[in-house]
Write a protein that binds this ligand. Structure first.
Ligand SMILES: NC(=O)c1ccc[n+]([C@@H]2O[C@H](COP(=O)([O-])OP(=O)(O)OC[C@H]3O[C@@H](n4cnc5c(N)ncnc54)[C@H](O)[C@@H]3O)[C@@H](O)[C@H]2O)c1
Length: 315
C-alpha cells in the first residue's frame, strides 16, 4: 500500500514526498528512488524533517505507534486500515486525534469506490429504501503478504479485508444496534469462517458472511440490498445492478475498465485527504469511524465466543 499511495502522490502537483520508511532497507530504497525521496530505516529521522503529512502503511499491529508519533510530531496522518487491532489502542488514537489540530484519516477506500458511491446515492435519493441486506466479504487466502496469516500481526482475520465491509455497511445504513455471530476455524489456525446477524438502529437488518479461504472466486465481495420492490446488487468494485420498482428495467453500471486506483477509491481518498488539509475541512473518514469499526470487529469476536447478542457501541 506504500507503493500504491506513493504512485498516486507522485503524480500530484504540489506534493513532494520527502522520505520512505521501511525496516526492509531494500524496499525503502526502491520506493524512495521511484519517488525521488530519501529512504529511512525508521520513523524518527523522517519526523525530524517536519513533514506536513504522513501515510502509515505498515502491517496492522504497527499502525498505533506510528500514528501517535506522527500526530505528536505535528503531522497530518493518513493511516491504512485498521485503525488499531484492539479497543484500547483505537481509543488512544481517537483521543490523540481529537486533541490534535492535525487531520487523521483512515483508509476505508470502499467509501470512495464509484460502485459504492452509486449505491449510497440510490439510497440517499430514496430510489431504494433498504429493509434488509445480504453481505459477503471473502478473502481467497491468508498467504500473501506472508504476515496476513499471523493474528499477532493482523490482530485477527476480521481486521484484514472484512473490516472494510463492516465500515461500509455502517456508512450506508448507520450504526449497528446489536449483532450475533457464529465463527469457526475452517482452514487456518484462527477463526476464519464467520456468519453474523446485524440489527441496525435504522431498522435495517443484515446477514453478513466472511471467510478466508475461497480462492478469490469472483466476486469476493458483494452486497445485496432489498427495498420495497426494489433491489441493488454489487460485484466487487466492478459493477452494480439495480431495479427501482416492479416491472422496471434492471440497470447496470460497470466500472471494470477504470484504472484500479480509481475503481478501488485509492486516488479519491488521497485527494480527499489533501483537500481536507488544504481547505481546512473535517476528515472524510474520522477517528470515530475507525473506533466504531474496531468495536464492530470486537463485538463479532465476543459474540462468537459467548453466543450472545452484543451492542458494539457499548464496548
Ligand atoms: N485499503 C486496502 O485496500 C488495503 C489493501 C492491502 C493492505 N492494506 C493495509 O495496508 C497495510 C500494509 O499492507 P501491505 O499489503 O502493503 O503489506 P506489505 O507487507 O506489502 O507492506 C508492509 C511494509 O511494511 C514494512 N514494515 C514492517 N514492519 C515495519 C516497521 N516496524 N517499520 C517500518 N516498516 C515496516 C515491511 O517491510 C513492508 O515493506 C496493512 O495494514 C493492510 O491491512 C489495505
Amino acid at each position: 500500500m506504500g507503493n500504491t499511495h506513493g504512485a498516486i502522490l507522485q503524480e500530484l502537483k504540489g506534493v513532494r514526498v520527502l522520505g520512505v520508511v521501511d525496516k526492509d532497507r531494500q524496499r525503502a530504497q526502491e520506493l524512495a528512488e521511484f519517488l525521488q525521496a530519501k529512504p529511512y530505516p525508521d520513523l524518527p529521522p523522517l519526523l525530524a524533517r517536519k513533514p506536513d503529512a504522513v501515510w502509515v502503511t505498515t502491517p496492522n499491529t504497527l499502525h498505533t505507534r506510528a500514528v501517535l508519533a506522527a500526530l505528536a510530531a505535528g503531522a497530518h496522518v493518513f493511516s491504512e486500515k485498521p485503525m488499531a487491532t484492539n479497543l484500547a489502542e483505537a481509543k488512544r488514537i481517537f483521543a490523540a486525534a481529537k486533541k490534535s489540530k492535525r487531520l487523521y484519516q483512515l483508509g476505508f477506500n470502499r467509501r470512495f469506490a464509484p460502485v459504492y458511491v452509486r449505491l449510497r446515492e440510490l439510497i440517499a435519493g430514496k430510489l431504494i429504501q433498504p429493509h434488509s441486506l445480504h453481505v459477503k466479504m471473502n478473502r481467497g487466502e491468508l498467504l500473501h503478504p506472508s504476515w496476513v496469516g499471523d493474528p499477532k500481526i493482523t490482530g485477527g482475520f476480521l481486521y484484514e479485508s472484512t473490516i472494510h465491509l463492516l465500515d461500509l455497511v455502517r456508512w450506508l445504513f448507520g450504526d449497528v444496534a446489536s449483532l450475533l455471530a457464529l465463527a469457526k476455524r475452517g482452514v487456518y489456525e484462527e477463526l476464519d469462517d464467520f456468519s453474523v446477524l446485524l440489527k441496525f438502529r435504522s431498522g435495517v437488518q443484515a446477514a453478513f458472511t466472511s471467510c478466508a479461504h475461497t480462492s478469490w472466486i469472483f466476486p469476493f465481495e458483494r452486497l445485496e440490498v432489498f427495498g420495497e420492490h426494489a433491489a441493488a446488487e454489487t460485484a466487487e468494485m466492478d459493477e452494480i445492478r439495480f431495479t427501482t420498482g416492479l416491472q422496471q428495467k434492471v440497470l447496470m453500471e460497470e466500472f471494470r475498465t477504470l484504472p484500479v486506483p480509481e475503481k478501488w477509491g485509492y486516488l479519491q481518498e488521497d485527494l480527499a485527504f489533501l483537500n481536507a488539509i488544504t481547505k481546512k475541512k473535517p476528515s472524510p473518514v474520522t477517528a470515530l469511524d475507525g473506533l466504531r469499526a474496531t468495536q464492530l470487529v470486537q463485538a463479532i469476536y465476543r459474540s462468537a465466543k459467548t453466543g450472545k447478542w452484543i451492542a458494539p457501541t457499548k464496548l
